[in-house]
Ligand binder design. Structure first.
Ligand SMILES: C[S@@+](CC[C@H](N)C(=O)[O-])C[C@H]1O[C@@H](n2cnc3c(N)ncnc32)[C@H](O)[C@@H]1O
Length: 387
């Protein structure tokens, strides 16, 4: 049975040691790196007077990154209305993710909503007087649980859509790679690998095309004409034509693959069980992304950039010990994959797997760091065409 991502993918909730909230600084660094491009995208956006401006962050998860993004976008939009001397609309931010996401943590960490016009004229409330409330959001927040591969919002209701580090997750593992009789059988591996069958890479690419098409189709109904989407996701350079070559980030997947192998050798995981497990993940190239946008037809590509942050002045590389690099990468990977791995293999597998992973990553620290910092991401700016 092909793994259905929407049922098993869940970032680790809460604020504990293994939580996504405490292990998402790498994704956060990408967000900060992208901030000027996001600001530029909003600066170039055509805006018109409206009472309510709706923003959606798809695959928002919980923790500091979700709040940072909502604050950045809402502030830019407000400033843009002010700069154009247009009346400021009320802003609504929809935080959207799979139902398994920790929405409670997200909403507990949000500052209070803005005051209404009438309230603004009234005196400060008690919480403000005694200093419990220091800042307020400049938007009204709402949570929307569901898969972004389906419709999530009413027609023509969104003005700006954002998504970071999420669209490389497929809705499911391509069914054919788990069929032992098929040429696409991916036995012995947990993901695409350069030395695996060509058919496996092709099957993953087909699944990505299908999913990204569904994403665009759903958003084409929800985003108003002239509305904008700013999407960033892991990707591979166009030179990696063969989808089996998943680009620089593949080093991290190879380590995970080797750790799974060690678990099989040590008898922690049965071989058959490992053989039937595959990650629902795919790094597209910019050509593959662009082709899907053009095929679907509702959006124009305003900008598409593949970048790696290595050596960028805004992205500081820390001087950390190999052991700490191994631990950090293991913690980041665990915060994202623990839910899925536990659901498939049982929770007892997670500690030994990630102890092994941390050691292997420490043993290859410089390659791992290079892979993470050089591991490319795309950002794509799409504008909704007039129907
Ligand atoms: C690595 S987290 C990124 C979170 C946040 N955007 C950030 O930048 O830190 C990926 C998120 O995508 C969500 N996700 C994956 N597939 C999804 C789907 N089909 N629909 C909605 N969310 C999805 C996951 O649940 C997870 O919260």
């Amino acid at each position: 049975m092909a793994l259905n991502t929407e049922k098993v993918l869940a970032m680790n909730g809460g604020q504990g040691k293994s939580s996504y909230a405490r292990n998402s600084s790498l994704q956060g660094k990408f967000l900060r790196f992208l901030q000027p491009f996001l600001q530029e995208c909003i600066a170039h956006m055509n805006i018109t007077p409206c009472n309510k401006f709706a923003i959606a962050d798809l695959g928002c998860s919980s923790g500091p990154n979700s709040l940072f993004i909502a604050h950045t976008i809402s502030t830019e939009i407000q400033d843009k209305y002010m700069a154009m001397s247009l009346p400021k609309p009320e802003l609504q931010v929809f935080f959207s993710d799979l139902p398994s996401s920790d929405f409670n943590l997200l909403f507990q960490s949000l500052p209070p909503p803005p005051k209404g016009d009438k309230q603004e004229e009234e005196e400060e409330d008690d919480n403000e007087k005694n200093g419990t409330i220091k800042t307020r959001c400049n938007y009204f927040a709402a949570g929307v649980a569901g898969s972004f591969y389906n419709r999530l919002f009413p027609k023509n209701s969104l003005h700006f859509v954002h998504s970071n580090f999420s669209l490389h997750w497929l809705s499911q593992v391509p069914a054919e790679i788990e069929d032992k009789r098929s040429r696409s059988w991916n036995g012995g591996r947990v993901f695409i690998s350069k030395d695996g069958p060509v058919e496996v890479g092709e099957a993953y690419l087909r699944q990505f095309q299908k999913d990204f098409h569904s994403f665009l189709r759903a958003r084409s109904e929800e985003v108003v004409a002239g509305g904008c989407m700013f999407l960033s996701l892991l990707g591979r350079p166009d030179e990696c034509e063969d989808p089996r070559d998943q680009g620089p980030f593949a080093t991290v997947w190879d380590i995970l693959h080797a750790s799974f192998n060690d678990m099989v050798i040590q008898g922690v995981i049965e071989e058959d069980k490992r053989d039937s497990f595959n990650l629902p993940f795919f790094s597209p190239s910019s050509l593959e992304l662009r082709a899907e946008v053009e095929k679907e037809g509702s959006f124009t590509v305003k900008r598409i950039d593949y970048f790696s942050v290595l050596g960028q002045p805004r992205f500081e590389t820390e001087n950390i010990k190999d052991e700490d690099i191994g631990r950090m990468v293991a913690n980041h990977s665990r915060a994202v994959l623990e839910g899925m791995i536990s659901a498939y293999f049982g929770s007892e597998v997670v500690n030994p797997l990630y102890e092994n992973f941390a050691k292997r990553a420490a043993g290859n620290a410089s390659q791992v760091m290079e892979s993470i910092l050089h591991g490319g991401e795309f950002f794509v700016v799409l504008g909704r065409k007039q129907d």
